[in-house]
Design a protein around this ligand. Structure first.
Ligand SMILES: *[C@@H]1O[C@H](CO)[C@@H](O)[C@H](O)[C@H]1NC(C)=O
Ligand SMILES: *[C@@H]1O[C@H](CO)[C@@H](O)[C@H](O)[C@H]1NC(C)=O
Ligand SMILES: *[C@@H]1O[C@H](CO)[C@@H](O)[C@H](O)[C@H]1NC(C)=O
Ligand SMILES: *[C@@H]1O[C@H](CO)[C@@H](O)[C@H](O)[C@H]1NC(C)=O
Ligand SMILES: *[C@@H]1O[C@H](CO)[C@@H](O)[C@H](O)[C@H]1NC(C)=O
Ligand SMILES: *[C@@H]1O[C@H](CO)[C@@H](O)[C@H](O)[C@H]1NC(C)=O
Length: 670
């Protein structure tokens, strides 16, 4: 951090004559619209308590981001593939120096000596400690304690605050404010309460079975492909999509990145897979660790933290790209990591580790991590990670696959916008970000958004779109399958299996975001879907915090449609704690696509070209490089969900990879 010294003598001189500065006209900057359900307002904060004040500075030109991204990822653009460096991206959106100076001047004139101000390294925010009395005067507000309803957390916040009119446009956000923070130098009573929330989790389900026998192959199908309709192996995947064995010497800069949280792989299970399912990978082949904020690398196979998610992601991607390596981004310490599948925090600490500026920059009213949603480091709890939050410690891989998601409705729009904006920044630098669409059709995970069936509205019938799939600047991957009597030469259907209980309608998630509008690159495809595949359900047309008590309709006709693409996600063979097991989910389809893109990047790099980066504009403009899926539906919310139809649909997107065509197209681009 840089301590800002007293900058201009003239400012000081001005201060001494206006000992009681005439207050600038203040305007309301932020106001709480409805009481936060989870936080109970308590006592007024005493005037001498010290508050850590943070002023988030408005990033400039954020609205230009999508245009910058399209300039480098639209296949018709002259600048296709000419990505920006991280430094270029930072400076494109940096707050304007003059505005920062004006804010500092106002603070100084209001009695906050410039020597008390800290300006962050990336220039995204100004910080200082102030007494409650000072802060209440600066922002014309009153601060109160708020206690969390389900935990022992206590925070400081206000119902609304004001800023000088001339500065308001340059300030995104102030904390503590409508968003709450911890008070400093004040002891707070803690009464532990049970957490009840459960909003995100790895999207996997397994059935256990004995080791496969040898099956007799139908005519025209080689023996190793005999069981692909009920036992999906790497050779089956290769045959299904015509993916060749890698031939190039692996490019050291082209490892495939897997994001994992709340689950660890077990070395023993990987070795069993190499031995029994894919012997081409030698024993002892494990991913390269890039561990974040105290995450462990792996666990013993019998650990409860080995649920199979990481195992199968690593097994399948490694098999498809070996000898190219898989890079494991495992996030968060031993207290947060297992809790993450039970509460709401995804991706922010990961993004911090890739882009140091993300730790602190402000956008859409959010500055840095959100203490209500994200882990906070150092983690002072026993066994917590005691280091500082890791910022900018790893270089992002060209392709990043994350088989995690949750209901968009369970996250605040501004939090989601800021994070989606960071995905956009990574895309501007040529990285491909792939997220699974989810596994509960048009619903979210059971119990998400407070509804047993994972749906929204007073009758739990409104469809519940998934995030990050709703972010228009990442690629969302849905799931497909072969039925038992089919083989790799048959067309696939929508992944839809009965895995019993709450997973009886396990199917490729899809739908329309409530927070993000249909992006231009998919407008025609979505229009065409409504024309030929109109689902005939009532719909609504609203963006943002839709009031599900009032809205009439089941889905949003204005929203970004997802998934974009899909791939097989059924009957994947794996080992879990030594036992042969089958896995299902769009969380398998996602790393499968990551392997496909990695193999194509390998060829583009070998040809002296850039990576493929953000794929959506290219794919929507060239749907013929994908195998269209036209059979099946994604049930949920007491409905059949949407149907797979010719062309794009909110079930399987544009379709599954046709590797030779995809490669030909992507290699033909500059
Ligand atoms: C501001 O801080 C500087 C450095 O600590 C000090 O020299 C100066 O007297 C302070 N000015 C006021 C007006 O308090
Ligand atoms: C994680 O690593 C720490 C430190 O090496 C170790 O004490 C702990 O047992 C590990 N946790 C698991 C689940 O393996
Ligand atoms: C896991 O296996 C080890 C031996 O390999 C054993 O010592 C340990 O008790 C087992 N843990 C559990 C939870 O079963
Ligand atoms: C919707 O209705 C439920 C039940 O009456 C209520 O608890 C909830 O606060 C309402 N939501 C909104 C956004 O008004
Ligand atoms: C089409 O999907 C249905 C399930 O929706 C399935 O029963 C049927 O076997 C599939 N047909 C083909 C030809 O794949
Ligand atoms: C599965 O879908 C059917 C048909 O919509 C519905 O009757 C059933 O309740 C659903 N089961 C679960 C567990 O959601």
């Amino acid at each position: 951090m840089i301590f800002v010294k007293v900058a201009a003598v003239s400012v000081l001189a001005a201060l001494s004559v206006t000992a009681a500065p005439s207050p600038a006209r203040h305007v309301l900057h932020e106001k709480r619209h409805r009481p936060s359900g989870d936080w109970v307002k308590g006592a007024r904060i005493e005037s001498s308590a010290v508050l850590p004040i943070r002023i988030g500075l408005t990033q400039t030109d954020l609205h230009m981001g999508p245009d910058y991204l399209m300039d480098v990822s639209d296949p018709r653009s002259e600048n296709y593939g000419q990505y920006f460096s991280m430094e270029q991206v930072h400076s494109m959106f940096a707050p304007v120096e003059d505005h920062v100076h004006a804010i500092k001047e106002w603070l100084h004139e209001s009695g906050i000596n410039m020597s008390r101000l800290v300006h962050s390294d990336n220039k995204g925010w100004l910080a200082f400690d102030a007494t409650t009395e000072e802060a209440e005067r600066l922002f014309q507000t009153e601060y109160y304690e708020h206690e969390h309803a389900q935990s022992d957390r206590v925070r400081v916040g206000c119902d609304g605050y004001h800023l000088p009119e001339h500065l308001a446009p340059h300030i995104d956000y102030i904390t503590p404010g409508v968003k709450m923070t911890q008070a400093v130098k004040r002891t707070i009573k803690r009464t532990p309460k049970r957490k009840t929330k459960r909003s995100s989790q790895a999207l996997h389900t397994t059935t256990e079975m004995s080791l496969p026998e040898k099956w007799s192959a139908p005519e025209g199908v080689s023996p190793e492909l005999a069981g692909c309709g009920f036992n999906m192996t790497p050779p089956c995947i290769r045959a299904l999509y015509d993916i060749p064995l890698p031939t190039n010497k692996p490019n050291p800069k082209n490892g495939l990145g897997l994001y994992e949280q709340g689950d660890y792989f077990a070395k023993k299970d990987l070795d069993l897979y190499w031995k029994n399912v894919y012997p081409e990978v030698p024993q002892g082949t494990y991913p390269k660790p890039q561990l974040i904020d105290g995450a462990n690398y792996s666990v013993p196979a019998n650990s409860s933290l080995n649920t199979g998610e990481s195992n199968i992601d690593i097994q399948m991607t490694t098999s498809l790209i070996y000898p190219q390596e898989v890079i494991l981004y495992q996030v968060d310490d031993q207290l947060y990591e297992p809790a993450e599948v039970a509460t709401t925090n995804l991706f922010n600490t990961f993004l911090d580790a890739l882009d140091g500026s993300y730790c602190t920059y402000s956008a859409y009213g959010e500055t840095g991590n959100d203490p209500d949603i994200d882990p906070i480091y150092p983690d002072q709890r026993e066994g917590g990670y005691k280091g500082e939050l890791q910022c900018g410690v790893y270089k992002p891989t060209n392709v990043i696959s994350a088989s995690y998601g949750q209901a968009e409705a369970d996250l605040p729009p501004k939090y989601v916008e800021r994070q989606c904006n960071e995905f956009m920044k990574l895309a501007m630098q040529g990285h491909t970000l792939l997220f699974c669409s989810g596994d509960f059709g048009v619903a979210s995970l059971p119990d998400d958004s407070g509804h047993k069936n994972g749906c929204l509205g007073p009758e739990s019938r409104i469809f519940n779109p998934q995030y990050p799939s709703g972010c228009p600047w990442a690629t969302s991957v849905g799931g497909t399958m072969l039925y038992n009597d089919q083989n790799v030469n048959d067309p696939e259907s929508v992944m839809q299996v009965d895995l019993g209980g709450a997973a009886a309608n396990f199917s490729s998630a899809g739908g329309f975001s409530n927070y993000f509008e249909t992006p231009w690159y998919q407008k025609l495809a979505v229009e065409e879907y409504f024309r030929i595949g109109d689902p005939q359900y009532p719909y609504y047309e609203e963006l943002g915090l839709v009031d599900f008590n009032k809205t009439k309709g089941l889905y949003n006709r204005l929203g970004r449609g997802f998934p974009d693409i899909s791939a097989n996600g059924a009957f994947f063979s794996s080992f879990l704690d030594g036992k042969f097991t089958h896995f299902y989910g769009t969380s398998l389809a996602t790393p499968l696509w990551a392997a496909v893109v990695t193999l194509i990047n390998e060829e583009r790099l070998a040809a002296g070209k850039s990576t493929v980066g953000f794929l959506n504009p290219v794919l929507y403009a060239n749907p013929h490089v994908l195998k269209d899926i036209t059979n099946g539906t994604n049930l949920g919310c007491d409905s059949d969900g949407f149907s797979a139809v010719e062309g794009w649909d909110p079930v399987t997107g544009l379709g599954t990879p046709d590797f030779p065509k995809l490669k030909e197209l992507l290699l033909s681009l500059p």
